[in-house]
Design a protein around this ligand. Sequence first.
Ligand code: NAD
Ligand code: MG
Length: 300
Amino acid sequence: MAESDVSKNARDLADSGGGMAPQQQEHPGATALMEPAPDHGEQSWVGRGRLEGMRALITGGDSGIGRAVAIAYAREGADVAINYLPAEEDDARDTAAWIEKAGRRAVLVPGDLRDEATCGEIVERAVAELGGLNILVNNAGYHWARGEKGLRGLTTEALDQAMRTNIYGMLWLTRAALPHLGRGDSIINTTSLQAYDPSVTMIDYAATKAALNNITANLAAELGPDGIRVNAVAPGPVWTPLQPATKEPEAVAEMGRDTPLGRIGQPAELAGAYVFLACPAEASFVSGTVLGVTGGMPVF
Ligand code: NAD
Ligand code: MG
Protein backbone atom coordinates (compact mmCIF):
# COMPACT_ATOMS: atom_id res chain seq x y z
CA MET A 1 0.00 0.00 0.00
CA ALA A 2 1.28 3.50 -0.84
CA GLU A 3 2.79 5.55 1.95
CA SER A 4 0.62 8.58 2.85
CA ASP A 5 1.86 12.08 2.07
CA VAL A 6 2.03 12.87 5.78
CA SER A 7 4.11 9.87 6.77
CA LYS A 8 6.35 10.33 3.73
CA ASN A 9 6.92 14.00 4.64
CA ALA A 10 7.63 13.02 8.23
CA ARG A 11 10.09 10.35 7.18
CA ASP A 12 11.83 12.69 4.74
CA LEU A 13 12.24 15.24 7.52
CA ALA A 14 13.64 12.64 9.88
CA ASP A 15 15.91 11.22 7.19
CA SER A 16 17.36 14.63 6.44
CA GLY A 17 19.63 14.40 9.49
CA GLY A 18 18.00 11.78 11.69
CA GLY A 19 15.74 14.20 13.56
CA MET A 20 14.96 17.88 13.97
CA ALA A 21 17.63 20.54 14.31
CA PRO A 22 18.43 21.52 17.92
CA GLN A 23 16.33 24.54 18.84
CA GLN A 24 14.77 26.31 21.79
CA GLN A 25 12.11 28.92 22.46
CA GLU A 26 10.15 30.38 25.37
CA HIS A 27 7.11 28.56 26.82
CA PRO A 28 4.32 28.26 25.64
CA GLY A 29 6.03 28.30 22.26
CA ALA A 30 4.94 29.46 18.82
CA THR A 31 4.52 27.46 15.63
CA ALA A 32 6.06 30.20 13.49
CA LEU A 33 9.41 29.84 15.31
CA MET A 34 9.70 26.11 14.58
CA GLU A 35 12.12 24.91 11.93
CA PRO A 36 10.90 23.00 9.97
CA ALA A 37 7.22 23.93 10.24
CA PRO A 38 5.09 21.07 11.63
CA ASP A 39 2.50 19.33 9.46
CA HIS A 40 -1.04 19.59 10.86
CA GLY A 41 -2.72 18.01 7.87
CA GLU A 42 -3.41 21.34 6.19
CA GLN A 43 -2.73 19.85 2.75
CA SER A 44 -3.65 16.23 3.43
CA TRP A 45 -6.69 15.64 5.67
CA VAL A 46 -9.76 14.68 3.65
CA GLY A 47 -13.05 14.81 5.57
CA ARG A 48 -15.76 12.19 5.12
CA GLY A 49 -18.53 13.77 7.19
CA ARG A 50 -17.80 11.58 10.19
CA LEU A 51 -18.54 14.36 12.72
CA GLU A 52 -21.27 16.16 10.77
CA GLY A 53 -23.12 18.73 12.86
CA MET A 54 -21.17 18.01 16.05
CA ARG A 55 -19.61 20.66 18.30
CA ALA A 56 -16.16 20.25 19.84
CA LEU A 57 -14.06 22.05 22.45
CA ILE A 58 -10.32 21.36 22.17
CA THR A 59 -7.91 22.64 24.80
CA GLY A 60 -4.45 23.47 23.50
CA GLY A 61 -6.19 23.74 20.12
CA ASP A 62 -4.01 26.58 18.89
CA SER A 63 -0.99 24.47 17.97
CA GLY A 64 0.54 21.04 17.65
CA ILE A 65 -1.69 18.01 18.12
CA GLY A 66 -4.65 20.21 19.07
CA ARG A 67 -4.42 22.16 15.82
CA ALA A 68 -4.26 18.95 13.76
CA VAL A 69 -7.35 17.67 15.58
CA ALA A 70 -9.15 20.98 15.05
CA ILE A 71 -8.48 20.90 11.30
CA ALA A 72 -9.57 17.28 10.97
CA TYR A 73 -12.71 17.80 13.09
CA ALA A 74 -13.72 20.83 11.01
CA ARG A 75 -13.21 18.93 7.75
CA GLU A 76 -15.28 16.06 9.20
CA GLY A 77 -18.14 18.52 9.69
CA ALA A 78 -17.78 19.78 13.27
CA ASP A 79 -17.83 23.34 14.59
CA VAL A 80 -14.80 23.82 16.82
CA ALA A 81 -13.96 25.96 19.85
CA ILE A 82 -10.32 26.09 20.89
CA ASN A 83 -8.84 27.05 24.24
CA TYR A 84 -5.25 28.25 24.62
CA LEU A 85 -3.13 30.64 26.66
CA PRO A 86 -3.59 34.36 25.86
CA ALA A 87 0.07 34.53 24.69
CA GLU A 88 -0.83 32.09 21.88
CA GLU A 89 -3.28 34.35 20.06
CA ASP A 90 -1.33 34.24 16.76
CA ASP A 91 -1.35 30.46 16.65
CA ALA A 92 -5.03 30.40 17.66
CA ARG A 93 -5.98 32.72 14.79
CA ASP A 94 -4.15 30.51 12.29
CA THR A 95 -6.04 27.44 13.55
CA ALA A 96 -9.32 29.37 13.40
CA ALA A 97 -8.61 30.32 9.80
CA TRP A 98 -8.23 26.64 8.87
CA ILE A 99 -11.49 25.74 10.65
CA GLU A 100 -13.31 28.49 8.78
CA LYS A 101 -11.73 27.48 5.50
CA ALA A 102 -13.36 24.09 6.04
CA GLY A 103 -16.69 25.93 6.16
CA ARG A 104 -17.19 25.46 9.90
CA ARG A 105 -17.58 27.78 12.87
CA ALA A 106 -14.42 28.61 14.86
CA VAL A 107 -14.75 29.92 18.41
CA LEU A 108 -11.73 31.30 20.27
CA VAL A 109 -11.78 30.91 24.07
CA PRO A 110 -8.42 31.91 25.52
CA GLY A 111 -7.87 31.27 29.23
CA ASP A 112 -5.52 29.68 31.73
CA LEU A 113 -6.73 26.23 32.84
CA ARG A 114 -4.85 26.53 36.12
CA ASP A 115 -7.72 28.69 37.41
CA GLU A 116 -10.98 26.99 38.40
CA ALA A 117 -13.28 29.89 37.60
CA THR A 118 -11.63 30.34 34.21
CA CYS A 119 -12.33 26.69 33.35
CA GLY A 120 -16.04 27.27 33.98
CA GLU A 121 -16.02 30.42 31.86
CA ILE A 122 -14.25 28.63 28.98
CA VAL A 123 -16.96 25.96 28.87
CA GLU A 124 -19.83 28.44 29.16
CA ARG A 125 -18.47 30.63 26.35
CA ALA A 126 -17.79 27.68 24.08
CA VAL A 127 -21.25 26.21 24.69
CA ALA A 128 -22.97 29.56 24.19
CA GLU A 129 -21.21 30.27 20.90
CA LEU A 130 -21.35 26.71 19.52
CA GLY A 131 -24.95 26.18 20.64
CA GLY A 132 -24.03 23.06 22.63
CA LEU A 133 -21.21 20.56 23.06
CA ASN A 134 -20.66 16.99 21.87
CA ILE A 135 -16.90 16.41 22.05
CA LEU A 136 -14.46 17.60 24.72
CA VAL A 137 -10.78 17.08 23.92
CA ASN A 138 -8.62 17.63 27.02
CA ASN A 139 -5.37 18.16 25.17
CA ALA A 140 -3.59 21.07 26.89
CA GLY A 141 -0.45 19.97 28.69
CA TYR A 142 2.70 21.20 30.35
CA HIS A 143 6.11 19.76 31.16
CA TRP A 144 9.48 21.20 31.98
CA ALA A 145 12.68 19.32 31.16
CA ARG A 146 15.47 21.87 31.40
CA GLY A 147 18.09 22.17 34.09
CA GLU A 148 19.06 19.48 36.58
CA LYS A 149 17.34 16.17 35.81
CA GLY A 150 15.03 14.05 37.93
CA LEU A 151 13.56 14.65 41.36
CA ARG A 152 16.70 16.52 42.47
CA GLY A 153 15.98 19.14 39.83
CA LEU A 154 12.22 19.35 40.32
CA THR A 155 11.14 22.87 41.22
CA THR A 156 7.89 23.48 43.06
CA GLU A 157 6.95 25.96 40.34
CA ALA A 158 7.24 23.37 37.56
CA LEU A 159 5.49 20.72 39.67
CA ASP A 160 2.62 23.08 40.40
CA GLN A 161 2.28 24.09 36.76
CA ALA A 162 2.22 20.49 35.53
CA MET A 163 -0.29 19.34 38.14
CA ARG A 164 -2.56 22.34 37.75
CA THR A 165 -2.55 22.27 33.95
CA ASN A 166 -2.64 18.53 33.32
CA ILE A 167 -4.83 17.36 36.21
CA TYR A 168 -6.68 20.15 38.02
CA GLY A 169 -7.54 22.07 34.86
CA MET A 170 -8.64 18.94 33.06
CA LEU A 171 -10.91 17.91 35.95
CA TRP A 172 -12.36 21.40 36.43
CA LEU A 173 -13.05 21.81 32.73
CA THR A 174 -14.58 18.36 32.37
CA ARG A 175 -16.79 18.83 35.43
CA ALA A 176 -18.06 22.10 33.94
CA ALA A 177 -18.71 20.40 30.59
CA LEU A 178 -20.67 17.41 31.95
CA PRO A 179 -24.10 19.10 32.13
CA HIS A 180 -23.80 19.82 28.40
CA LEU A 181 -22.87 16.30 27.25
CA GLY A 182 -25.33 13.53 26.49
CA ARG A 183 -25.84 10.19 24.72
CA GLY A 184 -23.46 9.75 21.77
CA ASP A 185 -21.09 12.45 23.01
CA SER A 186 -17.55 11.80 24.16
CA ILE A 187 -14.50 12.99 26.04
CA ILE A 188 -10.97 12.38 24.75
CA ASN A 189 -7.92 13.00 26.93
CA THR A 190 -4.38 13.41 25.63
CA THR A 191 -2.11 11.29 27.80
CA SER A 192 1.39 10.20 26.75
CA LEU A 193 3.83 7.39 26.19
CA GLN A 194 5.33 8.84 29.38
CA ALA A 195 2.53 7.16 31.35
CA TYR A 196 4.03 3.77 30.39
CA ASP A 197 7.70 4.53 29.91
CA PRO A 198 8.55 7.51 32.15
CA SER A 199 11.66 9.60 31.54
CA VAL A 200 13.86 10.62 34.46
CA THR A 201 13.76 14.13 33.00
CA MET A 202 9.98 14.47 33.54
CA ILE A 203 8.99 12.74 36.78
CA ASP A 204 6.07 15.06 37.51
CA TYR A 205 4.72 15.16 33.95
CA ALA A 206 4.86 11.38 33.53
CA ALA A 207 2.90 11.01 36.76
CA THR A 208 0.18 13.40 35.54
CA LYS A 209 -0.19 11.39 32.35
CA ALA A 210 -0.46 8.09 34.27
CA ALA A 211 -3.13 9.79 36.37
CA LEU A 212 -4.96 10.83 33.20
CA ASN A 213 -5.11 7.19 32.09
CA ASN A 214 -6.63 6.32 35.46
CA ILE A 215 -9.11 9.20 35.23
CA THR A 216 -10.09 8.05 31.72
CA ALA A 217 -11.02 4.61 33.02
CA ASN A 218 -12.85 6.04 36.02
CA LEU A 219 -14.84 8.59 34.01
CA ALA A 220 -15.75 5.95 31.45
CA ALA A 221 -17.30 3.96 34.30
CA GLU A 222 -19.14 6.99 35.67
CA LEU A 223 -20.47 8.30 32.37
CA GLY A 224 -21.12 5.06 30.49
CA PRO A 225 -24.66 4.74 31.88
CA ASP A 226 -25.37 8.19 30.39
CA GLY A 227 -24.19 7.03 26.95
CA ILE A 228 -21.09 9.23 27.12
CA ARG A 229 -17.83 7.57 26.03
CA VAL A 230 -14.46 8.51 27.55
CA ASN A 231 -11.15 7.60 25.92
CA ALA A 232 -7.59 8.78 25.63
CA VAL A 233 -4.84 9.07 23.05
CA ALA A 234 -1.24 8.44 24.12
CA PRO A 235 1.12 10.16 21.69
CA GLY A 236 4.77 9.24 21.36
CA PRO A 237 7.28 11.90 20.29
CA VAL A 238 5.56 14.53 18.11
CA TRP A 239 6.91 17.68 16.46
CA THR A 240 5.05 20.48 18.33
CA PRO A 241 5.92 23.80 20.05
CA LEU A 242 5.82 22.12 23.47
CA GLN A 243 9.14 20.44 22.71
CA PRO A 244 11.44 23.38 21.88
CA ALA A 245 9.52 25.42 24.51
CA THR A 246 10.34 23.09 27.41
CA LYS A 247 13.34 20.89 26.52
CA GLU A 248 17.04 21.37 25.97
CA PRO A 249 17.93 21.85 22.27
CA GLU A 250 19.88 18.58 22.19
CA ALA A 251 16.90 16.66 23.61
CA VAL A 252 14.67 18.16 20.92
CA ALA A 253 17.06 16.93 18.23
CA GLU A 254 17.03 13.39 19.66
CA MET A 255 13.26 13.02 19.77
CA GLY A 256 11.89 9.93 18.07
CA ARG A 257 15.21 8.35 17.13
CA ASP A 258 14.71 5.52 19.63
CA THR A 259 11.25 4.52 18.37
CA PRO A 260 10.80 1.43 16.17
CA LEU A 261 9.80 3.71 13.28
CA GLY A 262 12.96 5.71 13.96
CA ARG A 263 11.54 9.21 13.74
CA ILE A 264 9.45 11.88 15.38
CA GLY A 265 5.77 12.02 14.37
CA GLN A 266 3.91 14.93 12.85
CA PRO A 267 0.76 16.34 14.53
CA ALA A 268 -1.23 15.32 11.44
CA GLU A 269 -0.43 11.69 12.19
CA LEU A 270 -2.32 11.94 15.50
CA ALA A 271 -5.58 13.36 14.14
CA GLY A 272 -7.00 10.03 12.93
CA ALA A 273 -7.06 8.62 16.45
CA TYR A 274 -9.05 11.60 17.75
CA VAL A 275 -11.49 11.49 14.84
CA PHE A 276 -12.09 7.77 15.32
CA LEU A 277 -12.67 8.07 19.07
CA ALA A 278 -15.08 11.01 18.61
CA CYS A 279 -17.05 9.39 15.78
CA PRO A 280 -20.35 8.09 17.21
CA ALA A 281 -20.75 5.59 14.36
CA GLU A 282 -17.26 4.11 14.25
CA ALA A 283 -16.42 4.10 17.97
CA SER A 284 -19.90 3.50 19.43
CA PHE A 285 -18.66 0.62 21.66
CA VAL A 286 -15.23 2.09 22.43
CA SER A 287 -14.89 3.59 25.92
CA GLY A 288 -12.35 3.53 28.73
CA THR A 289 -9.45 2.80 26.41
CA VAL A 290 -6.13 4.44 25.53
CA LEU A 291 -5.06 4.48 21.91
CA GLY A 292 -1.30 4.70 21.47
CA VAL A 293 0.10 6.64 18.49
CA THR A 294 3.74 6.26 19.29
CA GLY A 295 5.84 5.24 16.31
CA GLY A 296 5.93 1.70 17.65
CA MET A 297 6.61 2.17 21.37
CA PRO A 298 4.33 -0.15 23.39
CA VAL A 299 1.54 1.26 25.55
CA PHE A 300 0.54 -1.95 27.35
P1 NAD B 1 1.54 22.27 22.03
O1 NAD B 1 2.51 23.16 22.69
O2 NAD B 1 1.15 22.57 20.65
O3 NAD B 1 0.21 22.16 22.86
C1 NAD B 1 0.13 22.27 24.25
C2 NAD B 1 -0.91 23.34 24.53
O4 NAD B 1 -1.21 23.31 25.91
C3 NAD B 1 -0.43 24.75 24.25
O5 NAD B 1 -0.67 25.11 22.92
C4 NAD B 1 -1.26 25.56 25.22
O6 NAD B 1 -2.34 26.18 24.55
C5 NAD B 1 -1.82 24.55 26.18
N1 NAD B 1 -1.57 24.93 27.58
C6 NAD B 1 -0.43 24.74 28.30
N2 NAD B 1 -0.61 25.26 29.54
C7 NAD B 1 -1.87 25.76 29.58
C8 NAD B 1 -2.65 26.41 30.57
N3 NAD B 1 -2.17 26.64 31.81
N4 NAD B 1 -3.90 26.82 30.25
C9 NAD B 1 -4.41 26.59 29.01
N5 NAD B 1 -3.72 25.97 28.04
C10 NAD B 1 -2.48 25.56 28.32
O7 NAD B 1 2.15 20.80 22.15
P2 NAD B 1 1.52 19.35 21.89
O8 NAD B 1 2.68 18.45 21.90
O9 NAD B 1 0.60 19.36 20.74
O10 NAD B 1 0.72 19.08 23.22
C11 NAD B 1 -0.60 18.60 23.25
C12 NAD B 1 -0.71 17.48 24.25
O11 NAD B 1 0.05 16.36 23.78
C13 NAD B 1 -0.16 17.79 25.64
O12 NAD B 1 -1.06 17.31 26.61
C14 NAD B 1 1.13 17.01 25.69
O13 NAD B 1 1.46 16.65 27.00
C15 NAD B 1 0.75 15.81 24.86
N6 NAD B 1 1.88 15.03 24.34
C16 NAD B 1 2.75 15.58 23.47
C17 NAD B 1 3.80 14.82 23.00
C18 NAD B 1 4.81 15.37 22.04
O14 NAD B 1 5.84 14.72 21.80
N7 NAD B 1 4.58 16.52 21.46
C19 NAD B 1 3.94 13.49 23.42
C20 NAD B 1 3.03 12.95 24.31
C21 NAD B 1 1.99 13.73 24.76
MG1 MG C 1 0.43 26.40 21.55
